[in-house]
Design a protein around this ligand. Structure first.
Ligand code: 5U1
Length: 697
């Protein structure tokens, strides 16, 4: 004890001093509890941080210091008690006094209509039923027991009657109140809901596992379950889990509201997170609309959901309906189409892309997943094959979320048979037999054949003729393939000297269609510098970069002559892109192609130098989101940039306007919240027209 600390033994007057000090310390402890709890609640439940991180850390350490010095002030509900406790040797069993029910499923509209009909028949009611709707989170169902407002127990669902006591892990979940807010709560309250891992936390957890060559979690639900089943709660504390409540278990000594949505409101008041997407609707029609709306936004949510839960909202009606074999008659889960299914990998083909990239493609036994039949899935590159440890003949899991390209997610190793064959990487191009090279540090192997390779030539010409490039109407993939196979074109230049009869002799072509095609090729000669640059297929030069190059150089000669320093001074051109551009223009073959095209008559209007006041969107930032039906997002960005706008990937208070296509998700919501101007596609096209840009469809 230090000399200036009071000691009871030397002076009775000091006793009073100690008591006074302890009272002050205790008061400070309560203040710190309140401040930290409030900050946690604002951060994890309201998603609206109230304190800067540094201030939170300071208060937290002050409280930890007091608790270390005065253990009697360390209480079970202290905000410091979320960091994990002494590891357990096993979980205790917990009996659920009110059984934790499971849900019946509906897989289509008919099932939903049947459910609604059954509800009305049982209630002998012809009235429209009010339903509470909530997303069904893909996590782990848990029960939280509060006595006099303090969290005393957290348990898994288990078999519905008996679960496991996971209180130590539950305490580490920041959005679970250790102490209920306010004082008007039941003396005994059991809240039920889902512990889940948001997609972002899941991705960073797996990225960290990959870094150290550890096994990754299969999906956020497994990651959440794995975290909650840790005997060492410090592991759970290190995982960013969240909790969202959805129903009431035991309640004693308190009158609860008469409707489900009002119960959720009460939970919110007591400090719980409820789902902001929750809504009350009328009748089965309301349910189906809610389902459609959320299904469209499913991939934009920050957490995984696997369906929608619909509950009869009136508690008295729920009680009249009761339940049957552990599932309530008053609730149903309308499932989304499964995003993962099992199938067999029947083979692997190697595709050669425009830049020679060799991509292994999985040929699958067709499987219905995410609402479509999938027979192929990209395997990206050989590193991915190695990482997945996949062999031909394996049973594999295919994942397809929304409109995203299906991917082979993992192998079910337990189902591997002796006949499974290792996938060998090719050493020579399957199309032109050139060597396959792999530059050190790059994941992608490439055919070294360049335009000697028929596959690269075909892809390059398809790209050249595509809508955003030279826009040759009617020059589809099948015709390009024939033109290359028949040796009618070797480079882009040959397109402009095609022989009418030779074209008319191609499969499914005739004199008239050949004439139309040659006419379209002729029309394509009139283009813009940006489209021309894009059509050349320079690596990493997309529509936007091509537009930036046009804006910067105004004509092709200074671009062709530009050095590295000049190139990296162009908006959004970094060292890698600059190097690709330099390489492209220094290649004699490419110079010949450019000369050939210009000599064949390809031309574009002179690009006018625009002063700041001629660039109506100079210093304005736009964001483009969602699906645009009449143009690609890149095209929209290119138009905006040509008017001087900066195009950003995220909405902030500095955003001037959001161009929102169909199925716009979180960016649209954020723009609405920030009161930012929102342009749908029609309004955007009108805006372009006002500034002299006519978008041709
Ligand atoms: N959102 C939500 N998920 N979920 C799961 N609500 C909900 N309700 C459930 C379950 C098992 O059960 C109640 C109907 C008791």
């Amino acid at each position: 004890m230090s000399p200036d600390q009071p000691s009871l033994f030397d002076d009775p007057a000091k006793e009073n001093a100690i008591t006074t000090d302890l009272v002050k310390i205790e008061a400070r402890v309560w203040v710190l509890h309140a401040q930290l709890n409030q900050a946690n609640y604002a951060y994890y439940v309201l998603d609206n941080p109230a304190l800067p991180d540094a201030e939170y850390d300071r208060l937290f350490h002050e409280l930890k210091g007091i608790e270390a010095q005065h253990p009697k002030f360390l209480s079970i509900d202290s905000p410091t008690q979320r960091v994990g406790a002494t590891p357990l040797s096993q979980f205790e069993q917990v009996a659920h006094e009110v059984p934790m029910l499971s849900l019946d499923n509906a897989f289509n509209e008919l099932d939903m209509e049947d459910f609604d009909r059954r509800v009305r028949e049982r209630l002998v009611s012809s009235h429209i039923i009010e339903y509470a709707c909530e997303p069904k989170l893909d996590g782990i169902a848990v029960s939280l027991l509060y006595e006099d407002g303090l969290l005393v127990r957290g348990a898994t669902r288990g078999d519905g009657s008996t679960g496991e006591n996971i209180t130590q892990n539950i305490r580490t979940v920041a959005s679970i109140p250790l102490k209920l807010l306010g004082d008007n709560h039941p003396p005994i309250l059991e809240v039920r809901g889902e512990v889940y891992m948001p997609k972002k936390s899941f991705n960073s957890l797996n990225a960290a596992a990959r870094e150290i060559n550890e096994k990754e979690f299969v999906n956020p639900r497994n990651a959440a379950a794995g975290s909650l089943r840790q005997l060492d709660s410090k592991v759970a504390a290190s995982r960013r889990l969240e909790f969202c409540c959805y129903s009431l278990g035991r309640v004693e000594g308190h009158e609860m509201p008469a409707k489900h949505n009002e119960i959720l409101d009460a939970f919110s008041k007591w400090g719980f997170k409820t789902n902001p997407e929750s809504k009350v609707v009328q009748g089965v029609e309301g349910c189906l609309n809610y389902y459609q709306n959320l299904a469209g936004r499913r991939n934009d949510l920050s957490y995984e959901i696997d369906g929608i839960v619909f509950k009869v909202n009136e508690i008295s009606l729920q009680q009249r309906l009761g339940f049957v074999s552990r599932a309530p008659r008053w609730a149903i889960s309308h499932k989304f189409p499964a995003q993962e299914e099992m199938t067999i990998l029947e083979g692997v083909d190697f595709q050669v892309g425009r830049t020679g990239a060799i991509t292994p493609v999985a040929r699958l036994k067709p499987v219905f997943v995410g609402g479509v039949t999938v027979a192929n899935a990209t395997l990206h590159n050989m590193d991915e094959i190695k990482r997945l440890d996949v062999r031909i003949g394996d049973t594999v899991v295919i994942h397809r979320a929304g409109d995203v390209i299906p991917k082979l997610a993992r192998v079910i190793i337990e189902k591997r048979t002796e006949s499974a064959r290792v996938i060998e990487m090719l050493t020579r191009c399957p199309v032109c037999d050139s060597h396959i090279e792999r530059i050190e540090g790059e994941a992608i192997a490439r055919c070294s054949g360049g335009l000697v390779c028929g596959a690269q030539r075909k892809e390059a010409i398809k790209h050249f003729a595509s809508r955003k490039a030279m826009d040759v109407d009617g020059l589809g993939d099948k015709i390009v393939e024939q033109l290359v196979d028949e040796d009618l074109i070797n480079s882009f230049v040959d397109l402009y000297s095609l022989d009418l009869d030779a074209v008319a002799n191609l499969d499914r072509m005739a004199q008239k269609s050949a004439q139309n095609l040659l006419q379209a090729i002729e029309v394509s000669k009139k283009t813009t510098l940006a489209k021309f640059l894009y059509s050349l297929g320079i690596r990493e030069v997309g529509v936007t970069t091509a537009q930036n190059l046009q804006n910067h150089f105004l004509s092709i000669i200074p671009l062709v002559k530009a050095d590295f320093e000049t190139l990296i001074s162009v908006q959004d051109v970094g060292p890698i892109v600059a190097q690709h551009i330099l390489n492209f223009f220094s290649e004699p073959h490419n110079q010949e192609v450019i000369d050939g095209l210009l000599n064949a008559g390809v031309h574009w209007p002179k690009v006018e130098v625009k002063s700041e006041d001629q660039l109506p969107f100079a210093n304005k930032t736009f964001v483009v989101t969602g699906t645009l039906n009449l143009m690609g997002r890149d095209e929209a960005k290119g138009y905006l940039q040509s008017l001087g706008a900066k195009v950003s990937g995220s909405v902030s208070a500095k955003t001037h306007a959001l161009v929102a296509g169909e199925k716009a998700g979180s960016k649209l919501k954020k723009a609405q919240d920030l009161d930012i101007e929102i342009l749908d596609e029609e309004a955007f096209i009108s805006l372009l027209a006002e500034h002299g840009i006519e978008h041709e469809q």
